[in-house]
Write a new protein. Structure first.
Length: 351
């Protein structure tokens, strides 16, 4: 008897339907497998009536070509690996969208791996891509090992957003230092001097660059750097919110907060509201990363905007140039410029 809620034809358990093969299509169309293959792929001659018969049989049977097997036979592969850190984060979703647009236009399919910020999952995903024999991979790296594992197997790699394997592969990056310098300078020009900097990582090139930009802007305006105002938090919004509350309790003189990425910005924004602090009347806020929600809240959040979709597209273009042989030689790094979007979350500091 079937379990409740499950339906089986004729009341009996039945095995899964076998996937149709090229041989099944050939038999249904009354042709040889080689003729069916020519008709389906367009490689080689097949008379129009024969081709129509084969296509009709394939459609009737639900036949789907085994692209992986075909790629092994041709020694080519139209799959490209893409390893990103967090699909729930709008930044990475936009990045993947930019990559996919370019790959699709060039006839490639994207194989997406979400490592969720875990290095073990990153390397497991890379090994899966190697087993699939992808010729190239785009990765937002968590460690140098990902690129090393791929490149030693002859796979072309482009690192995007951050750079780990400087001498091994190409990279497409946004100038994080310049962006952070612009955002901090904006606050300093409004008269703020006690500016907190909230960040969740200082090991990657993104975090290193943003801290450097913050510090450089302070030097440019002859304001001393106070390490106690740099708040290093764990990954996740809860950690950032708690750290922000603790910082403001310990340093009530802080008049502005610079959140170093979109997740930090969301956490800081929510904590300020929970704590009854009005933005920008009581405290100013700037963010690195510009997401749609930052224009939907009141006031809108001033932010460093990165060309995220373009960054993904440029990474895909760079990888395709390597795969085609158009680009050869030493690894290349492409730098993209951010811009600063001023909105209502900042105001001049009252004298």
């Amino acid at each position: 008897m079937s379990a409740p809620g499950r339906e089986r034809a004729g009341g009996e358990d039945s095995p899964p339907r076998r996937r149709p093969t090229i041989g099944d299509v050939a038999r249904a169309a009354g042709v040889s497998p080689s003729t069916a293959s020519r008709a389906l792929t367009g490689q080689g001659y097949a008379a129009a009536p024969v081709k129509a018969r084969v296509l009709a049989a394939a459609d009737r049977l639900g036949y789907v070509p085994d692209e992986f097997a075909r790629s092994l036979k041709r020694r080519t592969n139209r799959l490209v690996g893409v390893v990103i850190s967090d699909l729930r984060n709008q930044f990475y979703a936009d990045l993947a969208a930019g990559i996919e647009q370019v790959l699709c236009a060039a006839g490639y399919q994207m194989v997406l791996v979400n490592d969720d910020g875990d290095t073990d999952r990153e390397l497991a995903g890379v090994r899966t891509l190697l087993a699939m024999r992808v010729p190239g991979t785009i990765v937002t790296p968590l460690s140098p090992e990902a690129a090393a594992l791929l490149t030693t197997q002859g796979v072309h790699v482009v690192e995007v957003d951050r750079q780990m394997a400087h001498d091994r592969c190409d990279a497409v990056l946004v100038d994080s230092e310049h962006g952070a310098r612009m955002a901090t300078a904006h606050l300093l020009e409004l008269g703020h001097r006690r500016i907190a900097f909230v960040i969740d990582e200082l090991e990657w090139t993104t975090g290193v660059g943003r801290l450097a930009g913050y510090q450089q802007a302070l030097r440019d305006h002859e304001v001393g750097f106070d390490p106690e105002l740099v708040v290093r938090v764990g990954f996740g919004e809860g950690s950032a919110a708690a750290a922000t509350a603790a910082l403001l309790a310990a340093h009530p003189e802080v008049t502005a907060v610079f959140a170093a990425n979109n997740l930090m910005a969301e956490a800081v924004w929510q904590e300020l509201r929970r704590g009854g602090r009005r933005v920008p009347d009581d405290i100013s806020l700037v963010a690195f990363d510009d997401l749609p929600w930052m224009t939907m809240v009141q006031p809108g959040v001033s932010a460093v905007s990165q060309p995220v979709v373009d960054m993904g597209a440029r990474a895909a273009e760079l990888l395709l140039a390597r795969l085609s042989g158009e680009l050869r030689g030493e690894p290349r790094t492409v730098w993209l410029e951010p811009r600063f979007e001023r909105r209502g979350s900042t105001r001049p500091l009252a004298s």
